[in-house]
Design a protein around this ligand. Sequence first.
Ligand SMILES: *[C@@H]1O[C@H](CO)[C@@H](O)[C@H](O)[C@H]1NC(C)=O
Ligand SMILES: [Cu+2]
Length: 341
Amino acid sequence: MKTTGSTLAAILGLVSSATAHYTFDKLLLNDQQVGGDNTYIRRHDNGYMPIKFKEAPQGSISPLDADFACNKGATGAPEVITVKAGDKIGLRQAFLADGIQHPGPSQMYISPVSDAKTDTGSGEWYKIHQSLICRQGSPESLRTDAWCSWNENNVWGVIPSTIPNGQYLLRGEHIGLHGAHDGQAEFYVSCAQIEVTGNDAAGTTIPGESTRFPGGYQPGDAAVNFSVWGRETAYPVPPGPDVIPGGTIRGSADGAGGDELRTVPVQGGFSSDGSSSTGNDANTPSHSSSPSSSPAPTPSAAPSDGASDDSHGGKGKGKCPGAFPRRAAALLAAKMDAQAE
Ligand SMILES: *[C@@H]1O[C@H](CO)[C@@H](O)[C@H](O)[C@H]1NC(C)=O
Ligand SMILES: [Cu+2]
């Protein structure tokens, strides 16, 4: 009895989906792991499964559900990590840590809390880091390695100098956009528990806009109602609110500046959403009080430009575990069928 192509494709699909998905359980401080699994990062009940608005895996949740802030059933971790302004902090993938291979942005949010071990994450969330596109490329690379996070095994950001001392929940997130054209963006989320010290000049409030989770993301948002399967080479609208003053943005909407890290200016009231340039001096807060004169992304780059998007109603494009393993599985299966005949 021969193996049918569809059976084999299903088997291969299961294998690659198990390795393609991920969760974050290890804390990196200035690129060194501190503690063990879930010492500082909250354990949750969603395994490696993504959170999705539509067709979430069985047992998973939606970004509209109460647990979206720190993932399904997250419980307090035993420890709170002490950090200071300028520290690079990362949430690393669990187990194989074999790299993020879903196209899409990653971001870090903080929520000020009085007790990071027990807070439920229902307060205000401020975005301190946005990672976008680091390699200017083609519509094809927008599906893969144009993204700064591609193949990296952690989501990371930098502790801003503009936030008050105290405890925070730190929410790391990567969004896989391969199914986003069909309402199936994949959200990978974990929360770490941090205490910021040494920011004595920062004042008593966090600058910039905040949001809440759930609520901060809606199915129709341009950031997640987006297709990587058309002719786009840019990602003009990042998810959630702007990065706060003093926060960082890695890459840009179209990757033009390469893999650069920019600090959102503290003065001048200019807010950056990652799609406009704030100057060339990466990592150095700008003290200019004039707003950036960089042009906004051209309207023609908007994801709602349906004419350039040939993927809606396409042939299963963007279904997890991604187009390449799926296509490879189908080809292999077809070949084996042919040989069995
Ligand atoms: C996503 O965008 C398309 C095209 O602009 C639109 O037709 C659709 O209603 C949007 N989806 C949601 C959930 O808003
Ligand atoms: Cu996936």
